[in-house]
Design a protein around this ligand. Structure first.
Ligand code: GDP
Length: 175
């Protein structure tokens, strides 16, 4: 089709993963270039819409943050509804959060009707001393489960933009 593309794209992207892996801070870094050492926003689902560009086309990424509801029980299905992308985050300094990845992936697949573009994100890669999960392990799990892989730091900003750009690009290219 060669019709002029004037419509906007709106991609719903969800952040998932165990509590305290850095989901809120990844979003804060990406959307506002902020980092919070120990704040936790009020409980409840929140999203932020961020304008991005691909091939001279404007894409709106609507990025959802659990804002802590994963601490109490499974994230609601409304959270996943209509999502076309996901950043599945673990903390490279806490192996337990890496062990949860399979459960989150399951949850994502149960709640979404579409094939959701998923990036496995090993966050807190600034913590060189405390690392409990190697880059190779992250990569291998991602490959085995059909996910993309990236390591980030919301603290020093490493790869944060790249992670969000990656998910948006991959969604765009499978449209
Ligand atoms: P969430 O529960 O997954 O949303 O996690 P938060 O964004 O609230 O972060 C949990 C804790 O980890 C907070 O104390 C953050 O300051 C810290 N944190 C988040 N991202 C990073 C990071 O990239 N590096 C380091 N060192 N700490 C981080």
């Amino acid at each position: 089709q060669t019709q002029q593309q004037t419509e906007d794209y709106l991609f719903k992207i969800v952040l998932i993963g165990d509590a305290a892996v850095g989901k809120s801070n990844l979003l804060a870094r990406f959307a506002r270039d902020e980092f919070h050492a120990n704040s936790k926003s009020t409980i409840g689902v929140e999203f932020q819409t961020q304008k991005m560009e691909i091939n001279n086309k404007e894409v709106k990424a609507q990025i959802w943050d659990t804002a802590g509801q994963e601490r109490f029980r499974a994230v609601t299905s409304a959270y996943y509804r209509g999502a076309v992308g996901a950043l599945l985050v673990y903390d490279i300094s806490r192996r337990l959060t890496f062990d949860s990845v399979g459960r989150w992936l399951n949850e994502l697949q149960t709640h979404s009707d579409m094939n959701v573009v998923t990036i496995l994100v090993g966050n807190k890669c600034d913590l060189k001393e405390g690392r409990e999960v190697t880059t190779a392990e992250g990569k291998a799990l991602a490959e085995a489960q059909g996910m993309f892989f990236i390591e980030t730091s919301a603290l020093d900003s490493s790869n944060v933009n790249a992670a969000f750009q990656k998910v948006v690009n991959e969604i765009y290219y499978i449209l």
